[in-house]
Every structure is written in C-alpha cells, then in structure tokens.
Ligand binder design. Structure first.
Ligand SMILES: Cc1ncc(COP(=O)(O)O)c(C=O)c1O
Length: 402
C-alpha cells in the first residue's frame, strides 16, 4: 500500500525552522517560526504559568481521563477570558466551549461541526492567511474559497475589497476571520471596521468563524477580543477557536478551545453534544496538562494579575521593537517607507519584499523569514536590529528590489 505514497516536502514554515537550526553562522536571525521571543531570543514560560504548574503538580492525585469535553473549569474560565465575564451571550446560556488540542484542534473540530451541520458549506479564508488554515479546514472535506484582505501597497487591510467580496456571498457562507494580530499580515480591522462588517454579516446571514490565537498580544486582552465580543453580542450564531499557545506560552502542551454560540441554550446543548461525539472520533480526549494549568491560573486572582502583567510586557516589547525597526529601516533604507510595520499588531508583519529578496536575505545575511516575506517581529532584539536593517538595505540595494 505505502509504495504509492510520494515523498513531499514539509510546509514552508517547518522547512524554514529546519534550515535555521542547521545554519552555523553566529549572526543568524530567526524571524520565521511564529513563537514569542524575549530579548535573549528565548521563548520563556511565563512566571505565573510556572507557578500554576507547580501547584498543579503538588495537588494532582490522578491522571485518569477527564472526558471528551476536557476540563469544565478550563472551558468556563476561557469563556470568561474570551468574551468578558458579563457578556450577554454567556448570561443567556447560549455559548458552549469544548477543550481542544491547541487552536489547531479547535479549528479542525469547528470544521467538522460545520461539515456535519451543513455538508456543502464553503469556508472563505482571507488572502493571505496562515498556511495551516488550509489543511486544517479542508481536511474535514469542506470546500474553501478566498476573499481579498490585504493591500500590500499600503500595508493595510483592503477593507473595501473585503466588504465587496462578502456582499457577494450566499446566506450561511462561513467566513473565517482573525480576531487580532492577523497572521501573516499583522494588519487588523479597526473597531469601526468591525462594526461595519457586523452589519454586512448580519444582513447577508453569514456565519463567522473567528480564530483568536493571539489574545493580549495586539492591543490588549480586551481590545483584541473586541470584534469577537461584538459579533457574539449581535449575531445569532458565531464560532470561535482559541489558543493558549502564545499568550500562556504553552505551545507544546496543546491547550485551546472551540466555542460555539447558538440562538438558544437548547441549540447550544445540541451543538455541544455533537462536538463531544466528533471529538471522540478525532482525539477522544484532549491533553489535560496545559488546560489544567490555565484553569488553575485563571481561577487564582493573584496569579491571573501576574499573568496579565506578563502578557502586557510581551505585547509592549513587540510594540517597542516595531517602532525601533521602523526607525532603523528609515535610517538604512531611506528610499523606502516601512512605517506600516509600526501600525501592525501582534508578532507578524508582511515585510513586502519579493521572494527572491527573502531568499537573498537568508542566503547572504542569514536572516530567516517566510518566503511570502512574513516576519516575526519578536525574533528581533536590541542586538540584531541594526544588523537586520543593514542586511535589508544591502539586499534592496542589490538591484533585486521591486
Ligand atoms: C492564526 C493562527 N491560528 C491558530 C493557531 C493555532 O495554534 P496552536 O494550535 O499552536 O494553539 C496559530 C498558531 O500559530 C495561528 O497563527
């Protein structure tokens, strides 16, 4: 049977990680993989998360199964973190969360639910979007299509293009939206744009599926959830995928949740029962450890306050780097405006150079970013910022500039 299988290459981000690891040059700069980094280039476990983990290890007496829906306390705390504790949809009992293996598990499970409820549904993804959205969502058998999202010339959301595309969609079309810190562009909707989008989504009866993988890393824990909270307050149905990988630093523990908001508590119960059944057929039970840490942390006021301060510090570090890289680039590449980088949110920006230039940066200067020029700003630091700007200047001066 397996003799029929072709050898395929890993996806662009995974191959980039491997190439970076293999590069012996001490000047190498990793702007590829999407993990937060501190000024020493490390991806730390936040102190509040470590403290919650220690308590968990001391108190845990069994590792028996928790159940296909995961840790109920985690699901409850995550609903409050995402929506805010007094959100009307929570008070009305219309929201259910199911724990998943990371945000990826939530995206996949959400796609399975859509496919089960309405097999011919089409999911519309932004152009561009995170590379893994395609296999995660199409793996369930759903058809995918694209809507325009980014205007590379301005380094900003192409909001008019997005609205025009949504205007053409049939009722019940699923639109995948990034809550904040759009991956890969870094360009987010403003609050006014979320409001305008809401009225269109309502009028055209579209189903929003909101991916929130970076809560707290854009403008703040509440500000980053603005669109999601607004949509859940105003629409009959919303789905959302949440990840604890970046903001809790729990990447490999695989903690996340899928949320479904329905028109009534009875419909929400039915959706939850289907989700439990679907999860049973995918992974049976989600991994416990990361979710148990998050539950312990969020239900302890002091630890939660400590964690919020740590998330604030991560966000402020990236925002500071954005301002600094714009300054350095203005100095070293005076002919080109990179000011849009400071207007972006979260860890990523589409840098806006050609694939040939990205490859030259990698080959000659050991600066690694994804071929589409997605850069992880958190990979920069005080020690490599100037080297980065000089390397970009050398590549742009090399005649390969667009
Ligand atoms: C846009 C987006 N969604 C979801 C995820 C899911 O992350 P995880 O499965 O690691 O929690 C990521 C991770 O990089 C992401 O960038």
């Amino acid at each position: 049977m397996f003799e029929r299988l072709e050898l395929i290459t890993a996806d662009s981000i995974l191959s980039l990680m491997a190439a970076f690891r293999a590069d012996p040059d001490p000047r190498k700069v990793d702007l590829g993989v999407g993990v937060y980094r501190d000024d020493r280039g490390e991806t730390p476990v936040p102190a509040a998360v470590r403290a919650a983990e220690r308590t968990l290890l001391e108190r845990q007496t069994t590792k028996t199964y928790v159940g296909p829906a995961g840790n109920p306390g985690f699901n409850q705390e995550m609903a409050r973190l995402v929506l805010g504790s007094d959100h009307p949809a929570l008070t009305a009992g219309r929201v259910r969360l199911i724990q998943s293996p990371g945000g990826c598990g939530a995206l996949r499970l959400g796609a399975e639910l859509i496919r089960h409820a309405s097999p011919d549904s089409v999911v519309h993804l932004s152009t561009p979007t995170w590379v893994n959205h395609t296999p995660l969502l199409s793996g369930s058998g759903l058809k995918l299509e694209r809507y325009p999202y980014y205007d590379a010339a301005r380094g900003a959301v192409s909001f008019a293009g997005m609205l025009a595309a949504f205007e053409q969609l049939p009722p019940r079309a699923v639109v995948l939206l990034h809550a904040s810190c759009h991956n890969p562009t870094g360009a987010d909707l403003s609050q006014g744009e979320w409001r305008e989008l809401l009225s269109l989504v309502k009028r055209r009866q579209l189903l929003p599926f909101i991916d929130m993988a970076y809560q707290g890393l854009g403008e703040g824990l509440d500000a980053d959830a603005f669109g999601l909270r607004l949509f859940c307050a105003e629409l009959p149905e919303v789905m959302f995928a949440v990840s604890c990988s970046k903001n809790f630093g729990l990447y490999r523990e695989r903690a996340g949740a899928l949320g479904v908001m329905c028109e009534s508590p009875a419909e929400a119960d039915a959706a939850m029962s289907q989700l439990v059944r679907l999860a049973r057929g995918l992974w049976s039970m989600p991994p416990d450890h990361g979710a148990a840490i998050v539950h312990g942390l969020l239900s302890d006021a002091a630890l939660k306050a400590q964690w919020v301060a740590e998330v604030d510090a991560m966000r402020e570090r990236v925002r500071g780097l954005r301002r600094e890289v714009v300054r350095q680039l203005a100095e070293h590449c005076p002919g080109r405006d990179f000011g849009f980088i400071a207007r972006h949110n979260g860890m990523f920006s589409l840098f806006g150079i050609t694939t040939a230039q990205v490859r030259e940066l990698r080959a000659r200067h050991h600066v690694y970013m994804v071929d589409d020029s997605r850069m992880n700003v958190a990979g920069l630091s005080r020690t490599n910022l100037e080297y980065f700007a000089r390397s970009v200047a050398a590549v742009l001066a090399g005649g390969t500039a667009r």
